[in-house]
Design a protein around this ligand. Structure first.
Ligand SMILES: [Zn+2]
Ligand SMILES: [Zn+2]
Length: 336
């Protein structure tokens, strides 16, 4: 739309005065990507909380893609009635652990090293969150089995970085230990944003013992339901918390090497689990194959839930899994 020309001096003076007033307002520059403003000093942010729970290396065909749901019975019988499943959720970037987790956290495909020697090149949700709210480091966490996940606590983006990073609690000896540490972190620090990663489905998969891999899926499945139950039982989290269960990547389908490895663009590697749970997320809903969503979209979705901008993310919010707003009180489907 073309701007109308000013026809007298007075409107030009008024415009100049308004511009000066707006430029002096803190909010105006809060999300300025090129030159971030100083973070807010008060903790006046949304009361919504988000836990992202990644089951590392769970192939869709042994998860919710198995019509019997024999290895993920808790997800199917307990969590699906309370939430929304996407049946075509994908990692369309590098299907490795560090790039996969980084895609969720940054909303961009990240071809970073998979050994933990390289941080993401775009800001993480932790950085967006702490930058926008002024929240302390104890309000954002990574909890996981693999030690290398610590490289995802903040990015190399010079406008964000270590000043806005997450607290880290990794290197756990089992998924049960990761669950215990996650709940300890929740109880002790009451964070608003957590990425938790259950690493042992992937490690058992790499061991190439099929039954060990399957057995570990059943363990992770039980833990996901237990974590959701915990969030419902803690008054601080109940009713204000979203849990997103997904994976960093799948594993090769049988035509591309089978379950013992992963890392290419085959269907087995790219197609992953997604379950969303939370106060206004649709219950008992499956969003079908025609709705393709990727890890990048989860970043934007979490940003909307927390009421923070994710300006360098490429995804878009997954608004279709939220209850439609009809009251007019909340005009935006995802606004906190
Ligand atoms: Zn992985
Ligand atoms: Zn593959």
């Amino acid at each position: 739309m073309r701007r109308r020309k000013n026809t007298s001096v007075l409107p030009a003076i008024l415009v100049a005065m308004i511009l000066i007033a707006v430029a002096g307002c803190d909010q105006f520059s809060l999300y300025d990507v090129d030159k971030p403003a100083a973070p807010a000093t008060s903790l006046n942010y949304s009361d919504n909380k988000v836990v992202i729970l990644a089951i590392d290396g769970l192939r869709y065909s042994e998860g919710l893609g198995d019509s019997t749901h024999q290895y993920v019975s808790a997800m199917w019988n307990e969590l699906h009635p309370a939430g929304t499943i996407y049946s075509n959720f994908r990692n369309e970037g590098p299907t490795l652990t560090m790039p996969g987790h980084a895609a969720i956290l940054t909303g961009t495909w990240q071809s970073i090293a998979n050994d933990g020697s390289e941080r993401p090149g775009a800001p993480t949700l932790f950085e967006y969150y702490r930058f926008a709210t002024g929240a302390p480091q104890q309000d954002a966490w990574i909890v996981g089995g693999k030690s290398k996940l610590s490289a995802l606590s903040y990015s190399n983006d010079v406008s964000y970085g270590s000043s806005y990073g997450a607290s880290v609690d990794v290197g756990h000896a089992s998924d049960g230990e990761t669950r215990d540490q996650l709940i300890s972190v929740l109880q002790t620090h009451k964070p608003h944003l957590v990425l938790a990663s259950l690493s042992y489905v992937d490690l058992k998969g790499h061991s190439a013992v099929w039954n060990d891999y399957l057995n570990q899926i059943t363990i992770a499945d039980t833990l996901t339901a237990a974590i959701w139950q915990y969030l419902q039982s803690d008054p601080y989290y109940a009713g204000t918390t979203y849990l997103f269960i997904t994976s960093d990547h799948g594993r090769h389908d049988d035509a591309h090497g089978g379950f013992s490895n992963h890392g290419d663009t085959c269907e087995g590697c790219e197609h992953i689990t997604f379950v969303g749970l939370g106060p206004d997320i649709l219950q008992g809903t499956t969003l079908g194959a025609g709705i393709v969503r990727t890890q990048r979209d989860l970043c934007a979705t979490v940003g909307d839930i927390l009421g923070i901008a994710t300006p360098l993310s490429d995804g878009s919010a997954m608004s279709e899994m939220f209850q439609p707003v009809t009251t007019g009180i909340r005009n935006e489907p995802l606004s906190p």
